[in-house]
Ligand binder design. Structure first.
Ligand code: ADP
Ligand code: MG
Length: 238
């Protein structure tokens, strides 16, 4: 069995179906990109993986465990959002250590674990800074450190680069990839940006209107689009 297995996942809000019949498997250490146009259901699917939204149907398995009904806190999943969602009144160090303290880790130990992650995202020296004193890219690195510090089984990234300008976006993109490889982290990255998906992913899951219409390696999605939507979305206009 694969490290992550999702079967027959479905989610509606009222009588609006956001997605249905979602099936995929992910191997340990894979970098998956959930790619698709705005409104196709990417964020909702990611929130369901994190347990922030309940699913209506289907099952979610991680490492042989059925986590469909497990609370978000106990899923051991880290998440980074497009907007940083840091605590504005806490220093970088306290933001990163927060999850560990919630888990009951002692203060000195939490601080030492937080320091390792702050170094990993190359923010050493910024421990005592507040979010308002950091650039957008730096804040997003704090959010990444905060997600990683609890040693998640899966890292979920919802358009973490979208709010950043082009140069910072490029460097953070590379940094995410380096860390992902170094930690062999199973990652699901959400974007509507084809170029990001092509550059980062082991495999791409391409979504359209609440369905995954194609799963495959970037080059296969690009050269062998499964239908006209995929072809046009990947930039073939013929
Ligand atoms: P994406 O991230 O791909 O842009 P979303 O998952 O945010 O797409 O949204 C998919 C659809 O679900 C949209 O039509 C959106 O309006 C709807 N939706 C998302 N969250 C809610 C909610 N909490 N209540 C009602 N509808 C929602
Ligand atoms: Mg979204």
């Amino acid at each position: 069995m694969s490290y992550v297995k999702v079967s027959q996942l479905a989610k509606s809000f009222g009588d609006v179906t956001v997605f249905q019949d979602i099936n995929f498997e992910i191997e340990k250490g894979e970098f998956i990109t959930l790619l698709g146009p705005s409104g196709c259901g990417k964020s909702t699917l990611l929130r369901c993986l994190a347990g922030l939204n309940q699913v209506d149907d289907g099952e979610l398995w991680v490492d042989g465990e059925n986590i469909t009904d497990v609370s978000p806190q106990q899923r051991e999943i880290g998440m980074v959002f497009q907007s940083y969602a840091l605590f504005p009144n806490m220093t970088v160090e306290d933001n990163v250590a927060f999850g560990l303290k919630m888990k009951g880790m002692s203060k000195p130990e939490a601080r030492s674990e937080a320091k390792k992650m702050i170094d990993l995202v190359e923010l050493d020296g910024k421990e005592k800074f507040y979010p308002s004193e950091l650039s957008g890219g730096q804040r997003q690195r704090v959010a990444l450190a905060r997600a990683l510090v609890v040693k998640p089984r899966i890292l979920l990234l919802d358009e973490p680069l979208s709010a950043l300008d082009a140069k910072i976006r490029k460097s953070l993109r590379q940094q995410i990839l380096n860390i992902q490889q170094e930690l062999n982290l199973t990652t699901v990255f959400v974007t509507h940006d084809q170029e990001e998906a092509m550059l980062l992913s082991d495999r791409i899951f391409l979504m359209d209107q609440g369905s995954i219409v194609q799963q495959g390696k970037p080059e296969d999605i690009y050269t062998k689009p499964a239908n006209e939507f995929v072809a046009s979305f990947m930039g073939h206009y013929n």
